[in-house]
Design a protein around this ligand. Structure first.
Ligand code: SF4
Length: 233
């Protein structure tokens, strides 16, 4: 019993180390989906890691790796068909100390000379049956990669890509594929927010709050909410 407990402690500790290894100060493309420039600048001002979220539990880490393993099977299928193209991490410099980073899941040549960027997502129990279109957040994430690819002049299509959903449980329809057009209205909002980061990056001043109270929807998920409301607006 003692040794089983010891092994369980090792597993939990290792999982938390795996979480910590993913923490950094960069803005990740996924951070930009519900981005608050003030949160990012607060972390910078107080030397906190922007992506450090101690609320991420070991079960969330396991779910992440399960999803990753399922997605790897689709990437392997692209490789088996000889249509997979290498894809390096993308980055955009906002200032000399602030950058956006992100790496799409895959790039695939279908019937054209240029590869399409592919975003892979796993789904849970009944989502596959009820899903009629890709989730908005996933369209935003793919749009960010298409935009970053264009800025970095990478050899991919910039206006369209694909989102592939894979069910983690056995289903009649195990895989769904959507051709997705880039959401330029969303990208315009992102550009505006990144300009705010650029404007405030070199000073200790902070942009205004976007939350009216600490109990708002965004504030409740914000890792620096307490700090935000203790600082001058
Ligand atoms: S509480 Fe709201 S305004 Fe303040 S940093 Fe977090 S997201 Fe931004």
């Amino acid at each position: 019993m003692e040794r089983a407990k010891k092994l369980l402690d090792i597993i939990n500790s290792g999982l938390l180390k795996m979480r910590d290894a993913r923490v950094d100060s960069n803005i990740h493309a996924t951070n930009l989906i519900n981005f608050c420039p003030r949160a990012y600048l607060l972390c910078k001002k107080h030397r906190l890691m922007f992506n450090d979220d101690s609320r991420v539990t070991t079960s969330r880490i396991i779910t992440f790796y399960v999803g990753h393993a399922v997605e790897a099977s689709i990437i392997a299928s692209f490789k088996a068909e000889g249509v997979s193209k290498p894809i390096d991490p993308f980055y955009i410099n906002i200032t000399d100390t602030d950058k956006v980073v992100g790496t799409p899941d895959a790039a695939v040549v279908i019937d054209d000379p240029k590869p399409y960027i592919i975003e892979l997502k796993t789904t849970g129990k009944d989502e596959m049956t009820t899903m009629i279109e890709p989730y908005v957040d996933h369209v935003c994430q793919l749009s960010l990669y298409l935009w970053m690819a264009e800025i970095r002049k990478q050899p991919f299509y910039y206006d369209v890509g694909f989102i592939v959903y894979i069910s983690k449980i056995e289903k009649k329809e195990q895989i769904k594929v959507y051709l997705v057009h880039r959401n330029d209205a969303f990208l315009q909002t992102v550009r505006t927010q990144l300009n705010v980061v650029k404007t405030f990056s070199k000073s200790d001043a902070l942009p205004d709050r976007i939350c009216n109270s600490p109990i708002g929807l965004l504030a409740k998920t914000c890792t620096v909410c307490k700090l935000c409301f203790s600082e001058e607006a």
